[in-house]
Design a protein. Structure first.
Length: 294
């Protein structure tokens, strides 16, 4: 599926033999600020741990305020960008699905855990300064990354340390959001639904299409997405369409009519009503407000 918006897309570094990298925010910014501070997508995952300063990170057009000792989890292919004006530092853990996923359960975890699959304010935790489990795991990962990559044990050790980091984060998220209930069948249904949605959302916006193709009841799909992600299937469909609409409005010069048809709406009036219902603004008002602010 080709994205509507003209958004840059990045892949993991090909020169790294193991697809995980732990880098300071300052180092990441060095020479890359102009790229990182514009909306972009990556085919890999981000864990952003701010340790000094404060910043506003945007994920799918949602601002997330990061203070010292806050950690933000950004899933692969999510639209996001770093704060251009803030002065802050900390660490970023970058890794691919291929690095992490050696079993089907690993894939289900990445694609369904609230760590990477919730609203941005949920995929964001605060930890105590010097929090031993998280700090220790980060230090061990940085130390292991410096070892000889020819050591065949390195990938497994890094993966296990990262898995523990994510499990601790998931526990922290679930402690703050008791609605998240981990059940394996629900994880499977969410994984299948999200894959089907990404392929078909431009043409198919009805929940009926997805439950028929997944061969499950609407009640089961609603239970899965509500318990694990905190949104109904219809909300997830609308969010995906709305995200694509915003990207086209703000980062292309296409007319409202062109965007309407690209997104699968029959008439511009239907698209305008949909957009205003979810944002409180018309598409043109949103575009003008963005460029006026810029």
């Amino acid at each position: 599926m080709k994205a509507v918006g003209n958004i840059r897309h990045f892949h993991f570094k090909t020169e790294l033999s193991i697809e995980i990298e732990i880098v300071s925010i300052a180092e990441l910014y060095s020479g890359n600020r102009n790229i990182l501070t514009l909306p972009h997508r990556c085919s890999f995952y981000h864990i952003i741990w701010v340790q000094k300063g404060r910043a506003m990170h945007h994920v799918d057009f949602t601002p997330v305020f990061l203070e010292p000792d806050s950690v933000l989890f950004v899933g692969k292919e999510m639209l996001h960008y770093f704060d251009r004006s803030a002065h802050y530092d900390g660490w970023v853990i970058l890794f691919t699905e291929a690095f992490f996923s050696s079993t089907p359960e690993d894939i289900r975890f990445l694609r369904s855990s609230p760590v990477f699959n919730s609203l941005p304010d949920v995929s964001h935790i605060r930890i105590q300064p010097g929090d031993n489990p998280f700090s220790t795991l980060l230090s061990l990962m940085k130390e292991e990354q410096q070892r000889n990559p020819a050591d065949k044990r390195q990938k497994r050790i890094l993966k296990n340390l990262l898995y523990n980091f994510l499990l601790l984060a998931e526990r922290k998220i679930k402690d703050g959001h008791p609605a998240f209930v981990r059940q394996s069948p629900e994880f499977d249904n969410i994984l299948l639904f999200k894959d089907l949605l990404e392929t078909n959302f431009l043409k198919e916006k009805s929940v009926n299409f997805y439950i028929k193709n997944l061969n499950i009841t609407e009640k089961k799909l609603n239970s899965a997405t509500s318990h694990v992600i905190g949104r109904t299937p219809k909300e997830l469909i609308d969010e995906r369409v709305l995200l694509e609409a915003k990207m086209a409005l703000l980062y292309t010069r296409k007319s409202i009519k062109e965007i309407c048809f690209d997104l699968g709406f029959d008439e511009p009036t239907n698209f305008i009503k949909f957009f205003r219902r979810h944002t409180g603004k018309t598409p043109m008002e949103c575009r003008l407000a963005f460029f006026t602010k810029a």
